[in-house]
Design a protein around this ligand. Structure first.
Ligand code: PLP
Length: 337
């Protein structure tokens, strides 16, 4: 376990890393060390975070622990940091929690600016860097207090491990997190940690290829007449394209692409979505996770219909296959529409 943690410290450029048995247990650990009996200031969560984290907030933090939770939502596909600062000034929360790249619309947060503003109000910053990965960004070097990952995704990279990690620099937080992990039993098994260590040997190779594939496929989809809109931060019409370019340089834009198929009616869009998925069967499978070695997909409406009711929308988690082969499968499926 310690060997795997050392590897993650090198990747995240931080003093310590503590493995847990899932991304959710990493989130629970990172947040719970700031819970202080009944004397809690409010905690602020960005709304565009993993659905499971939102359920944890509603069910555990509010429903069971009775914490005072504030939320911050984007406007027109990006975060208005003036509004964010107004919420901090008014409520002085204990901490904020956000993701570097949101899901499924790939909204990129300006991490440097968010950390700067939070510092003014002495508000701790906890960042879920699962989608960003340490290849794009090291938020702890920029002043974040804690970073978490679902190592189930890109750190493991093969869809065959469930693990999480909390990373930090502050020694008091480390001691508190070690205790919390021990008392609650959020420890990762040595077998899983061993497998994670070997799989992280290829992290840089895998992720570079995944990011390259993603840019290629996003451009391919963007040019297709049967695709109405592509959400990917490298594209100039993405609302956070400028922030992504500034923050990620030429390292990539993540490996998730969301796109909306064109159609004259909701029925037509839904039927095209289903035909596209059927045309890819055996090549790109419908699996409700992300970060696997192979490209996988998920229709958005059946999962997030309450929030994103677009019937033609599909989320692709791009793998590290050979680019030409992947592009060929997707082009052929688009052609059938
Ligand atoms: N954070 C993000 C961004 C996720 O997408 C997920 C899961 O999909 C999690 C955390 C939770 O991770 P796990 O499934 O390892 O508990």
């Amino acid at each position: 376990v310690v060997e795997a943690e050392k590897r993650i410290c090198e990747l995240e450029k931080c003093e310590w890393a503590l493995l847990t048995q899932s991304g959710m247990s990493a989130i629970d650990t990172a947040l719970s060390i700031f819970q202080n009996g009944e004397n809690n200031k409010p905690w602020l969560f960005f709304t565009e975070i993993y659905g499971g984290t939102n359920s944890y907030i509603d069910s555990v933090l509010v429903g069971r622990r009775g914490l005072d939770i504030l939320t911050f939502a984007p406007d027109n596909g990006s975060y208005d940091l003036k509004k964010f600062e107004d919420i901090l000034a008014l409520n002085t929360p204990e901490l904020i929690f956000l993701e570097v790249i949101s899901n499924p619309l790939l909204i990129v947060a300006d991490i440097e600016e968010i950390i700067r503003i939070s510092g003014i109000y002495q508000c701790k910053v906890i960042i879920d860097n699962t989608f960003g990965t340490p290849h794009l960004l090291n938020p702890l070097s920029m002043g974040a207090d804690l970073v978490i990952h679902s190592a189930t995704k890109y750190l493991g990279g093969h869809g065959n491990i469930t693990a999480g990690v909390v990373c930090g620099n502050n020694e008091d937080y480390r001691i508190a997190a070690v205790d919390y992990r021990k008392f609650i039993g959020h420890m990762l098994s040595a077998d899983d940690a061993y497998r994670l260590t070997t799989q992280m040997e290829t992290f840089k190779l895998r992720i570079s290829q995944q990011f390259r594939n993603s840019e290629y496929i996003a451009n391919l989809l963007d040019k297709s007449p049967v695709v109405e809109k592509v959400f990917f931060p490298s594209l100039e019409d993405h609302p956070t394209n400028e922030i992504a370019r500034k923050q990620f340089g030429d390292r990539g834009y993540g490996a998730i692409i969301t796109f909306d198929l064109a159609g004259c009616s909701a029925e037509e869009k839904r039927s095209r979505r289903d035909s596209f998925i059927a045309a890819l069967s055996g090549k790109i499978r419908l699996i409700p996770t992300l970060g696997d070695s192979h490209t996988i997909l998920m229709p958005v409406e059946p999962v997030w219909g309450y929030k994103y009711p677009e019937p033609g929308m599909i989320r692709l988690s791009v793998g590290f296959e050979e680019t030409g082969q992947l592009a060929d499968s997707i082009s052929r499926a688009l052609d059938t529409l």
